[in-house]
Design a protein around this ligand. Sequence first.
Ligand SMILES: CC(C)(COP(=O)(O)OP(=O)(O)OC[C@H]1O[C@@H](n2cnc3c(N)ncnc32)[C@H](O)[C@@H]1OP(=O)(O)O)[C@@H](O)C(=O)NCCC(=O)NCCS
Length: 197
Amino acid sequence: MTYVCMNDFRDAATLPLAIRDESIIDIAARERLLDAAFGAARFAKTCERLREGRAPAQGLALAATLGDELVGTIRFWHIQAGAGHAALLLGPVAVDARHRSLGIGRKLIADGLFRAVQRGHKAVILVGDAAYYNQLGFSRVVTRGLSLPGPVEDERFLGLELDPGALSGATGLIMPTGVRAPRAIPHTQVEPLRRAA
Ligand SMILES: CC(C)(COP(=O)(O)OP(=O)(O)OC[C@H]1O[C@@H](n2cnc3c(N)ncnc32)[C@H](O)[C@@H]1OP(=O)(O)O)[C@@H](O)C(=O)NCCC(=O)NCCS
């Protein structure tokens, strides 16, 4: 285990932070992180209806690590944002509570969006706090004509056009379009793999 003294670093720019593709050995740590950040209620969220049973978008399931410790996670999912508007759903994103307010969340999101652009994706939607996501360019304006398959607070339903105008005229219900996920591997099987890695 690599020991990292957080007091030695001021922000994500100076942290020994790595953002990389998530792998199978990250699953148990990612799930623990998400449980701690959101609790069991995370599975009842409306966005989960767009993720359940699906695999995340290729190359857009990322892990933030400090040494060999997973400290952040972000994933994106394929959706259809109304007829003719392929897009991504961002989330969940979470950073370990011991490492927050160091810029890791912002870096994870920015890195994810950069990779999404590189892969030709044109728009991203999410449900989250406008106070945080407005700073990253997300706004309610581009999701006005869209709806989600369940209840959300109106001001938290946000979008970002990676290609300007990509959500122009987008109306209707957002639907999941990602490929079906392979059967989930129980944590009890993943943990020995993680220890052996
Ligand atoms: C949201 C989260 C990912 C941010 O991670 P982070 O690494 O702390 O983020 P950053 O360091 O880039 O930014 C931190 C800043 O954003 C602010 N911030 C964090 N969450 C916020 C929120 N929900 N609304 C408004 N501001 C928020 C912090 O107060 C902090 O402000 P400061 O720089 O003035 O101190 C992290 O707080 C987290 O995991 N929260 C629990 C899970 C969650 O809510 N995920 C987002 C779903 S919408």
